[in-house]
Design a protein around this ligand. Sequence first.
Ligand code: GLC
Length: 464
Amino acid sequence: MLLKALTVSAVLAAAAFTTFNTVADETQKERDERMAWWREARLGMFVHWGLYSQAAGVWDGKKYWGGCEWIQNSAGVPTAEYEAALRPLFKPKEGFAEEWAALAKEMGAKYVVFTSKHHEGFALHDSAVSDYDAMDFCGRDLAREIINAVRQQDLKVGIYHSMIDWHHPDYVAFDNTLPHPLKHERNKDKPLPVEGHDFNRYLDYLSAQVGELTTHYGPLDILWWDFSHPTAEGHHWRANALLNQVRASNPLIIQNNRLFNSGNVSGDNLSIFNPAKGDFTTPEQHIPETGMPGVDWEVCMTLNGTWGYSKHDLNWKSSETVIRNTIDIVSKGGNYLLNVGPCPDGSIPEATYVRFRDLGAWMKKYGSAIYGTTANPLKAVEWGRITAKDNRLYLMVFNWPENDTITVPIKPDSAVDCWMMADTKLKALQTEVTDAGLNIKMNSEFQNPYASVVVLQTTGKVVE
Ligand code: GLC
């Protein structure tokens, strides 16, 4: 009896603690505090890895291009056939998660988001409500391995979780226009198996798995939902209940807004952004031209043309592109979530290593021009990008001018001090105020092939 009473009061105490706000009734101050680490982090590593990685972009001898995590749908493969082909290949190597986490640390990422379940429906965590999970396939709770390894590196950890689920028999009962492998023309002679299936049962399952993920591994830092569409969004997923369920057990978690349809993610119209629908918005594969003022946003991007591993897509972005994208995004006020699609056994493709290490080496030297900085407060400059923090501007030079001189569009009303960030002696650079702004003569000894950095510090206000 006593035990029961204790349990009840413990539950009530927990409830009192966790119901302090739902997503909608949080104050701006509470929200700012919750978002603070994310706004400072600026760079994250995205990992797409699941059963789809085993196919490596090839089905029945045919090569697929684009998002290879979609291969089940692209090739129109019913789940039984998909599982039969890929299950025997699913042999994650020991220690793969430590490799991911070490790479994230080395590239300068402050957080890692991995696919706990992609559209195929296969779960990396040990799920009591499913036998389509890593525990059943290889006897390991891979989500736990990943989460532990990331935390070990002192990084924040988040899960990408798909609302779409091609394996669940009740999912197919949902009448929507989203693609599904069974709607593929390869299966056009077979009716969709909707008879006797109930989408509500799927929604219970979705909520149960998310419940497992958000209560069995300690508090998670990010929940990255994916995805919605005008005919499959918000109330269709019981979005508000999910957002609040997650916040009740993880009060400080940050969730994206993909439980709702927020316009075309590959367009720039994501500013129809409502914090009640999620904490940040997610331009995909492109950088909004002028940023998204007043909004928390994160660009997610692949390193080649696919999120999940492909053995034939070798169209890698260069280290220069990746480094300059990081700078470009941060100078516009956003975060960069850069993807890796590990190989079937979980190891990192060599081409990814090379680029992420180059990025990491640059970040190690110049990271203070990125972490904790905000968007360029001045007008755009043709020689590079600018970020700001306190009374400093970080001038990142992509195009080094022949006369070593850049013009910053400001009229300082007080003393300015500037130096090459790579110069450990902090030797003052020569400046001159002209009609066009402040000219700075840089020292070419500290030129960097990806982006050279000048620090400009003022004792007063920086005015355009
Ligand atoms: C898309 C794709 C998906 C990928 C995601 C990442 O919504 O469906 O494959 O995981 O974007 O942003």
